[in-house]
Design a protein around this ligand. Structure first.
Ligand code: THU
Length: 162
């Protein structure tokens, strides 16, 4: 038997106003995207802004459906749109803002496991880290400098090699 542990660094900013100008602008675009989410069932809106290596920013938000599992989270709408329309262009950063429509959320959003898996794939593919910034409607922002750090023991293409 051997024991192991896992830890990763992250930063907490008191509010988005303490972010670098580039990341502040990215987060503000995530907030705008959030306001356009289609979330009539959960009333929980999420916006994501993806900064590409060529400077382009791709936006996404959660898209729900009366057949609940057919909907998709904001993060995957955004990264799949980026990969579909800008194939091969690496992702530098992803900003996320999530909030209940009636009661503004002040806790930073936590991307779901499926979105962590999807984001991790792009980081592994491009072989340089993707910075993740996440917040509620207001309040603290968490910055993580690699999305893979949010998914220890991630499944990857390595497992599919024969
Ligand atoms: N949601 C996201 O868009 N991203 C996440 O990482 C977590 C959850 C959406 C899915 C659904 O439309 C709503 O939030 C409530 O779960």
């Amino acid at each position: 038997m051997s024991s192991h542990s896992f830890a990763f660094p992250y930063e907490v900013f008191e509010s988005k106003d303490f972010l670098s100008p580039l990341f502040l602008s990215l987060m503000e675009q995530a907030i705008t995207a959030r306001s356009k989410a289609y979330a009539p069932y959960s009333n929980f809106q999420v916006g994501a802004a993806v900064l590409l290596d060529n400077g382009l920013i791709v936006l996404g938000n959660n898209q729900e459906n009366a057949a609940y599992p057919s909907g998709l989270c904001a993060e995957r709408v955004a990264v799949f749109h980026a990969a579909a329309n800008h194939p091969g262009v690496p992702i530098k950063a992803i900003a996320i803002s999530a909030s209940d429509i009636q009661t503004p959320t002040t806790t930073p959003a936590a991307p779901c496991g499926n979105c962590r898996q999807a984001m991790a794939e792009y980081e592994q593919k491009q072989q340089f880290p993707i910075t993740l910034l996440t917040m509620g409607a207001s309040g603290a922002v968490i910055q993580v400098d690699s999305v893979l750090s949010l998914l220890p023991f991630a499944f990857s293409s390595e497992f599919l090699k024969k």
